[in-house]
Design a protein around this ligand. Structure first.
Ligand code: CP
Ligand code: NVA
Length: 342
């Protein structure tokens, strides 16, 4: 039998069955908290070796038009933990986009599977997939949003500090991307203090910022933008960064981004400026050394060994990046369970 998570905010009222999970703007604070509570229960069950095959017999399709380690494995391993089977459709090998429209793909997959995950480019694609699919569609990252990542990030902050209200989360770097946007949204929804530390042209889009500020009025959240990293990171509870050039962006952007974002690198001086107990977060993958193919190319071309975060901070005892990565599994399972259960 499905065991309901202990729920503080009266969220036994929450019913997400049949819902898509496309962006956090579509969810109420109570629904987001509920998913976090379910993830906590599932994490305990996994740790204790308790079977939790609540979705036995169901099947999911996973569309990946971009690479992935964490998201793919969390959906796949998570599906198996919940008793389901999963089919992976990579950037090549299916008809989607080349010979078949998103609308047709959605209708075909929905006739064979109980849920569809999509990672790819424009948010419009995943929205359209959901529109034409009669089964839940989950966003595994688009250019604009990365909603499953946020659940894992917030779960990690909650595990660290016990509460979220008023916690100061500072994002340093390219904030005009899926991760920066989604962090601003989740902080607004959960009454947190979001600070974007970046050059002005890499702040989240004005429309989205305005929408988040409106949400913040109702949740007592605070949304701030600054170009001054020392002012922004002062007294932070969590400092977060992401790669300077995201998947799908051209390699030529590296030069400009290195120039623009080097002053926003998360290093020991920045961490010292935060609270003593502050943690470091990163969605990963991360360029904290030169031990990857792209890391080596960047070093050869621009002479730098570390980018958005120093190896020292990444490996420090303030870093929670691997706890955060593990939480991708538990939170993605919560999303699948809550939207697919009977
Ligand atoms: N954080 C994240 O989405 O990682 P992957 O690209 O490995 O899925
Ligand atoms: N902004 C990054 C996130 C990776 C998880 C990208 O889109 O490549």
């Amino acid at each position: 039998m499905y065991v309901y998570a202990t729920c503080k905010g009266g969220c036994t009222m929450v019913d997400l069955r049949g819902r898509d999970f496309l962006k956090l703007l579509d969810f109420t604070p109570m629904e987001i908290r509920h998913l976090l509570d379910v993830a906590k229960t599932l994490k305990k069950q996994k740790r204790n070796g308790e079977s939790h095959r609540y979705l036995k017999g169901k099947q999911i399709a996973m569309i990946f038009e971009k690479d992935s380690t964490r998201t793919r494995c969390a959906f796949e391993a998570g599906a198996h933990d919940l008793g389901m089977e999963a089919t992976y459709l990579g950037p090549t090998g299916s008809q989607m986009g080349k010979k078949e429209t998103i609308e047709d793909t959605a209708r075909v997959l929905a006739s064979m599977y109980d849920g569809i995950e999509y990672r790819g480019f424009d948010q419009e694609i995943v929205e359209s997939l959901a529109k034409y699919s009669k089964v839940p569609v989950w966003n595994g990252l688009t250019n604009e949003f990365h909603p499953t990542q946020m659940l894992a990030d917030i779960m990690t902050i909650q595990e660290e500090f016990g509460n979220l209200k008023g916690r100061k989360l500072v994002f340093c770097g390219d904030a005009r991307n899926n991760v920066g946007n989604s962090l601003m949204v989740v902080c607004a929804k959960l009454g947190m203090h979001f600070v974007c530390c970046a050059p002005k042209n890499l702040w989240p889009e004005e429309n989205l910022t305005d929408e988040c500020r409106k949400i913040a009025e109702g949740t007592s959240a605070k949304i701030e933008m600054t170009e001054d990293i020392m002012e922004g990171t002062k007294n932070a509870d969590a400092i977060y960064t992401d790669v300077w050039v995201s998947m799908g962006e051209p390699m030529e952007l590296w030069e400009e981004r290195i120039k623009l974002l080097s002053p926003y690198q998360v290093n020991a001086k920045v961490m010292k400026n935060a609270k003593k107990e502050a943690i470091f977060l990163h969605c990963l993958p991360s360029f904290h050394n030169n031990e990857t193919t792209i890391g080596k190319q960047i070093e050869e071309k621009f002479g730098i060994k570390e980018m958005e975060v120093t190896d020292e901070v990444f490996e420090s005892n303030q870093s929670r990046v691997f706890e955060e990565a593990e939480n991708r599994l538990h939170t993605i399972k919560a999303v699948m369970l809550e939207t697919l259960k009977k």
